[in-house]
Design a protein around this ligand. Structure first.
Ligand code: PRX
Length: 638
């Protein structure tokens, strides 16, 4: 196999500007040049074929590859003994695991063989419901090795949410762990899978159970198979499935403004090229650096920037099992010092939570190896940005505020560590190849000047754009490609300043962002409405000091039900059951009616203002059907 040759790394802001120009004037030439650096079985015969109106996007059509050969095999010669995955467990004194590229390759091959021995092959869907253990990384890569499609479900989701996702993709197998220790909690992971199966998952033929803590679990001989029983004796090599560039690599469910979460689909070739290119450039990764992204592999950040991007670039990627506040709020900084972390990537919600605990937790830890610190998932407020820069970056380490989405596959707007000008709360400039646009929400016209504010859109395809939503292409079209004709609409609003730098304002649809997790208000409302005492509900986000946004629920309940805290607890329990703890409302206000327009639509704008404590800014309420409802809402605010 050809030796490793990485995409080109930009090394100055001037070079960024030149590269950007080139990427826009000749996108196909530009991306073909990046793609050349990977191992393809057969080279593509067309770089790009696209039509946003369908939508259809195909990159590197006719090309064939396996992404895991690019993550693993091609590094064996040059860095086989270098650590690929550096695993830091939940307990500070627990065993650190270093998996070299050679070991990771062997482990992935063993699991690939095990999956094949269970009858899993190209195109089959595998659901992963696992904590942050090395076996998660290994088996996700093994899935890609044999051409199966992974659907990783964050292990904090409820049995119902898991079953919904498993059934949407008709997964043939679920891979899970027995238990999971996270902070001081002991979480019965397999039990949730058992509950999901009991709710009905007819497509599931096997549950492959990884022994993590070793506690006893209920066992179903018809479905359950121990991971180690299947994996341990397997051969150390596994022929990779040769995939077309546009074959599906994975599905990842994410929330939208309507209905159930949708399965965002990413494909092999373009996703590979873009995650590697963006990783290398944003983090300015140098061989030998230790890189740490604190996300969970259950989210897109973990897919693209714990696993694929770093491994494609031959990086050492740190994987952390625990939480930022266990055993105390210095854990992140202890881990940075212990492993001499060079690039650190986390979310504003974690920064705010740690900032609130006081500076003493960050002081005294040697953070002198940090070269770039990153932020992702939600807008970072100025105070958090400054704290991060000053106390973690010691005033000199560049901060990259990376804006992107599950649908974009990789980082879209961000500084390039140390090269770009930085402004607190601004994500900055688009990456090469990313043609952003601001669009006037009333006219649908692109806003060309600076400064400007509008709907954040993308005009031209990039290699890791979503290709469809699983099982429902029309939903993909209407959600992303019809709001603004001829463009991909992100769902976000943004401002571009006089220098052309972007600042993300936040979602303009009914999606809220709670601790960096995307939540559809309709989804939470549906869960609340499952409670038999509830007649109707409306959920909005409100500013929350740590979480960014909190969940505020206005609930109408039946007359014969007591409007008390016991009912609030029951409603919260219902949401936990339907979705999981991340969706539980922070505040519940009982009301007798909701302000509605004459056409019967809930006036969420008013509810948002009331929840935010901005009752003096309600705006025009003259179109309301029931203006008296507004006063009741204001009077009862919690
Ligand atoms: O609103 C934006 C916000 O998170 C949304 C995407 O969420 P998700 O698909 O879960 O992916 C999160 C991790 C990539 C966006 O529509 N968002 C993400 N990053 C930023 C952000 N908002 C502001 N600044 C960011 N850096």
């Amino acid at each position: 196999m050809q030796s490793v040759d990485l995409p080109k790394k930009i090394n100055s802001f001037r070079a960024y500007q030149d590269t950007y120009q080139r990427s826009v004037s000749d996108p196909e030439g530009f991306w073909a040049e990046q793609a050349e650096t990977f191992h393809w079985h057969q080279k593509w015969d067309r770089v790009l074929d696209w039509d946003f109106s369908k939508p259809k996007v195909e990159w590197f059509g006719g090309g064939t590859l396996n992404i895991t050969e690019n993550c693993l095999d091609r590094h064996l010669e040059s860095r086989g003994d270098q650590t690929a995955i550096l695993y830091e467990p939940n307990e500070p004194g627990g065993e650190v695991i270093n998996l070299t590229y050679r070991q990771l390759h062997a482990e992935v091959c063993k699991v690939g063989n095990a999956l094949r021995s269970l009858g899993i092959g190209k195109g089959d869907r595998i659901c992963f419901y696992m904590p942050m253990v090395p076996e998660l990384a290994i088996s996700v890569l093994a899935c890609a090795r044999i051409g199966a499609i992974h659907s990783v479900v964050f292990a904090g989701f409820s049995a119902q949410a898991l079953a919904d996702r498993v059934n949407d993709a008709n997964c043939k197998i679920i891979v899970c762990s027995d238990y999971n220790r996270r902070g001081n909690k002991n979480i019965p992971v397999k039990e949730v899978v058992d509950d999901a199966i009991a709710l009905g998952c007819p497509s599931v033929e096997i549950v492959l159970v990884h022994k993590n803590t070793g506690e006893t679990v209920a066992w179903n001989d018809k479905l359950d198979v121990w991971y180690h029983h299947r994996v341990d004796e397997q051969p150390l090599t596994c022929a990779p499935e040769v995939m077309n560039a546009e074959d599906v690599l994975f599905i990842l469910y994410t929330s939208g403004s309507t209905g159930k979460p949708k399965g965002v689909v990413h494909t092999c070739g373009g996703y590979m090229v873009y995650t590697a290119y963006s990783f290398l450039n944003v983090f300015q990764y140098e061989p030998g650096d230790v890189y740490w992204c604190t996300a969970d592999i259950g989210w897109i950040t973990g897919h693209s920037y714990i696993l694929y991007g770093p491994l494609l670039c031959g990086a050492t990627t740190l994987m952390f099992e625990g939480v930022p506040t266990y055993p105390d709020a210095s854990r992140f900084w202890q881990v940075c010092a212990k492993h001499r972390v060079n690039q650190f990537y986390t979310a504003p919600t974690a920064i705010r939570a740690l900032m609130a605990r006081g500076n003493k937790f960050v002081e005294g830890h040697d953070l002198s190896d940090l070269k770039v610190i990153g932020s992702v998932g939600e807008p970072i407020n100025e105070e958090a940005w400054e704290w991060y820069h000053e106390h973690v970056g010691k005033g000199k380490v560049p901060v990259v505020d990376t804006w992107w989405q599950t649908e974009t596959g990789g980082m879209m707007i961000s500084g390039l560590g140390g090269l770009s000008p930085q402004k607190p709360t601004f994500a900055g400039y688009p990456l090469p190849g990313i043609q952003m646009a601001l669009v006037d929400k009333n006219t649908g016209e692109e806003l060309m000047g600076n400064p400007e504010s509008g709907l954040l859109c993308v005009k031209f395809p990039w290699p890791s754009i979503l290709r469809t939503t699983w099982g429902d292409h029309e939903r993909c079209r209407t959600t992303y490609f019809t709001t603004v004709a001829g463009m991909y609409f992100t769902g976000d609003g943004a401002r571009r300043d006089a220098d052309g730098m972007y600042r993300i304002v936040g979602r303009v649809d009914d999606v809220i962002n709670v601790s960096g997790h995307r939540m559809g208000t309709a989804e939470v409302e549906n869960a609340i409405n499952e409670h038999e005492g509830v007649i109707e509900s409306a959920v909005v986000g409100y500013p929350h000091e740590i979480k960014g946004q909190g969940i505020y629920a206005y609930v109408i309940v039946a007359d014969n039900v007591a409007h008390d805290d016991a009912l609030r607890e029951e409603i919260i329990a219902m949401v936990r059951q339907e979705i999981g703890p991340i969706a539980k409302p922070d505040k519940i206000q009982f009301v007798s009616e909701l302000p509605k327009t004459r056409s019967g639509k809930i006036m969420r704008r008013i509810l948002r203002k009331v929840a935010a404590g901005e009752v003096d800014q309600l705006g025009d309420t003259s179109t309301l059907l029931n203006p008296e409802a507004v006063q009741e809402v204001i009077d009862g605010v919690v």
